[in-house]
Each structure stands twice: as structure tokens, then as C-alpha cells.
Design a protein. Structure first.
Length: 294
């Protein structure tokens, strides 16, 4: 039995969360066009007959220019130190830049196998893929290089088989039916946060946090209440929208994902709470076991 931990490392917006969700087969981590959407170390669990792979999705590594950025980088570096193998994922549709070289320099400080995953190959020709491999192969002694398309689910099985070679013989860390280490309430709140980002574009800052205040399983359905926590009345107005139109759309899209996740009908109710002071926000979130972010 092979079992171990695999860290997902890369710049923001290269597709780490999409890759994780598609391998695990469940919505474990939220995705967004906004960089640094992932703010927690989220574990997604893949199981088959002879293997358990615990993926650790991390915030995108970048040169930080504010306190949140420094916190996210610290989280990402922590995952590098505590896994058996590392996946360094890059966006194959973009040119090799200083951001990727910055991550590679950080990887030179660790002593464990690093697998380069070139994502978004659906946007490249065959020759383009070969050129991309050539651009990276001499920058670091990668254990393997695997081109994929996380969005199109191309080469997912190939990547899993490659990872198996670098995992130790061990017992399973989680039950077969468990797909994440995070509580269900956390995942539900994150799905709502994803829809907030999707439907408000650049208008809403990253300081928005979502909290599941109430979760109840009924006979044939679930009742879920999620609070969207913001720090300004102006942000609340954007999320609510004209006559509640925006928050209604957020609720409709979030409910669809929740029903797919839970396999049952969901009655979802959303609220927006303004907490202006950081200490008050931290206190409020801690009541539900959440860590807030500036």
C-alpha cells in the first residue's frame, strides 16, 4: 500500500485548485480568476485500490507586497517542508517569467522529489509543449515533467501514476470515503466565497470571508446559512446589489454546487455582515473556528 502527501506549489492562478478538484473528483478548493484565492492549506484526498494520495493545495507563491501576501507565502512554504513529494505547477500558456524563477529558487532549498507539471497544454501545439519542456528542464533537476490540462482533465491518470512512484509504503491516513481534511461547513462557506468573487469581478477585495453559521441535515434536504463578512458598507452594497439582485445570483450559483457536493436538495440563505475593526472580525470568526485574514 502506497500512501503519502503531495504539495501543490506554484504562482497564483496557474490552476492548482482546478487540478486538485479534478483528481479528487470533488470540489475541495475554490477557483477564481482572482490571484491568491486559496488562503488555507487544503488537503484533498485521492483513493484507489492500492494508493492514497493526500494533496496539499497551497496559496500561490509570489513576491509579497502586503501582510496577506506574506501570510500566504508562509503557508505555502510550510507545505513544502511537510510533504513527501512536490508538484510544481506552471501555466504552459504563459512565457517563463521571474515569478516561476522565484519559485524555483525556493525549491532549491528542499531535498525531496519535485515533479514539474505544465498545465493548460490545451492551449499549446505539440511543438509548443516540447518548447515549454525545453525552457524549464535545465533550470532545476526535476524528477519528472508531466504536461497536463487540468481544465480538460488531460493526462490526469498519467500524473497519478507518476506520483505513485515517489510515495512511500505506508498505511492510509484517511478513510476511503473522505475526500478532504476540512469540515463540511468550511467547504460550504468557501463555495459561497468563490461565487462572490466570480460575480463581483474586481469590485470586492480579498478581505471578504464567508462563514457557515448554521448547517442542518433534514430528512431529504439540507438547510445552510452562510454569512458573508465584509469590512465596509460600500462592499456590502456591491454584494447585495440593486434590490438584492447580486446576492440572489450568488445564492443560486452556490446552491447548485452545494447540491452537487451533498447529493441532496439544499435550502441556502445568505447574509452580509459588516465588521469594520480587525479585532472584532477575528473574534467573530473564531467563534466558528475560522482564521481571518487582513
Amino acid at each position: 500500500m502506497k500512501s503519502g502527501f503531495v504539495g501543490l506549489i506554484g504562482r497564483p492562478n496557474v490552476g492548482k485548485s482546478t487540478l486538485l478538484n479534478n483528481i479528487v473528483g470533488k470540489k475541495v478548493a475554490i477557483t477564481s480568476d482572482k490571484p491568491q484565492t486559496t488562503r488555507n492549506l487544503i488537503q484533498g484526498i485521492y483513493n484507489d485500490d492500492d494508493t492514497q494520495i493526500v494533496f496539499v493545495d497551497t496559496p500561490g507563491i509570489h513576491k509579497p507586497n502586503h501582510k496577506l501576501g506574506k501570510y500566504l507565502n508562509k503557508q505555502a512554504y510550510y507545505s513544502i517542508d511537510d510533504v513527501d513529494t512536490i508538484i510544481f505547477i506552471v501555466d504552459g500558456s504563459e512565457a517563463l517569467g521571474p515569478g516561476d524563477k522565484y519559485v524555483i529558487e525556493k525549491l532549491k532549498e528542499v531535498d525531496k522529489p519535485v515533479i514539474l507539471v505544465i498545465n493548460k497544454i490545451d492551449k499549446l501545439t505539440r511543438d509548443g509543449i516540447l518548447l515549454k519542456i525545453d525552457a524549464y528542464k535545465d533550470l532545476y533537476n526535476f524528477a519528472e515533467i508531466v504536461p497536463i490540462s487540468a481544465l480538460k482533465k488531460n493526462n490526469m491518470k498519467t500524473l497519478v501514476n507518476v506520483l505513485k512512484k515517489y510515495l512511500p509504503q505506508s498505511v492510509k491516513y484517511y478513510d476511503d470515503n473522505q475526500f478532504t481534511n476540512k469540515p463540511l461547513e468550511f467547504t460550504m462557506a468557501e463555495i459561497v466565497r468563490e461565487k462572490v468573487f466570480k460575480l463581483t469581478s474586481e469590485e470586492v477585495p480579498h478581505s471578504v470571508t464567508c462563514v457557515t453559521e448554521h448547517f442542518e441535515r433534514n430528512k431529504n434536504s439540507y438547510t445552510v446559512n452562510v454569512v458573508i463578512v465584509v469590512d465596509r458598507e460600500s462592499v456590502k452594497k456591491i454584494i447585495v446589489g440593486s434590490r438584492g439582485s447580486k446576492i440572489k445570483k450568488i445564492g443560486i450559483e452556490a446552491r447548485k454546487d452545494l447540491e452537487e457536493l451533498l447529493g441532496s436538495r439544499v435550502y441556502l440563505e445568505l447574509f452580509v455582515k459588516v465588521v469594520k475593526k480587525w479585532r472584532d472580525k477575528e473574534k467573530y470568526l473564531s467563534e466558528f473556528g475560522y482564521k481571518g485574514f487582513e
